[in-house]
Design a protein around this ligand. Sequence first.
Ligand SMILES: Cc1cc2nc3c(=O)[nH]c(=O)nc-3n(C[C@H](O)[C@H](O)[C@H](O)COP(=O)(O)O)c2cc1C
Length: 279
Amino acid sequence: MYPGHPAREEGNNMTEKINGNIPDNKTIELLMAHSSCRKFLDRPVPDEVADTIIRCAQHAPTSSYLQAYTIIKVKDKEKRKALAEFAGGQEWVEKAGLVLLFCADLHRLDVMLNISDKNVLHNAELYTVAVTDAALASSRALIAGQAMGLGGVFVGGVRNETEKMAELFNLPELVFPMYAVCMGYPEEVPPQKPRMDIDMISAEDSYPEITGREQLADYERKVSEYFLAITGGRSGRGWIERAEHAISLKPRYSVGEFLSKAGFMTASGPMEEKKNKTR
Ligand SMILES: Cc1cc2nc3c(=O)[nH]c(=O)nc-3n(C[C@H](O)[C@H](O)[C@H](O)COP(=O)(O)O)c2cc1C
């Protein structure tokens, strides 16, 4: 289990706090105890642990059984350094015991499959399939690591330099490097960040009513308190300001350019000759 988390503390029955009807369950406890870890001990992650993480990722559900992703274990120090720089100096990419680069991948399908209309690989649907497959696999990887006592963090900041990543890792067309998942034995695990009220992010049978910022007033207070506590009173910005800042500061329009250059989402319909044949 994940060291330092409240779910680990003696007598702290996390699941009971969630809902009295849910029986004790280690998986639920682990999921409810998540927080990203960016400080790692100088302790290697054994190969068997890394392999287990990758195998767990592989067992994630995958759209139409396509397995449209590739995971690159980044061991080379220079490559780690480059990734950390691409991400704007995120040092945990260098210090983590294990770094896995998750790529949405339609290239393997392109090479292996005999597809009559290759345009399907270049449409928005298969892009969505590949990104979803990679996201599911990566989520499982982090959970598997946490279940074995590791901490970790996703680093999407590497997409500042998507083109350079493609060069560094010899990525062919139709491969999109999405993010690195950095894991290691935690030196320090931060307290959990509060999430929005469940009624804001879920609803029954129809989209929830979103009226305006006032709905987030309580949440703003909680987020502000959280950051005041972890920064020793230095920063009390709420979620709204943080989200506005994050979105505006890193628009990464180059990701769209990279995707079309790599052949993603360049076709909106079947190939012309096929269209003609069916007329
Ligand atoms: C796709 C993705 C990309 C992320 N990229 C970064 C990143 O570049 N640097 C970082 O420090 N955290 C990154 N994070 C971690 C988020 O900041 C973090 O999950 C979020 O603030 C919620 O905090 P928590 O994970 O501790 O609950 C990323 C998370 C995801 C899912």
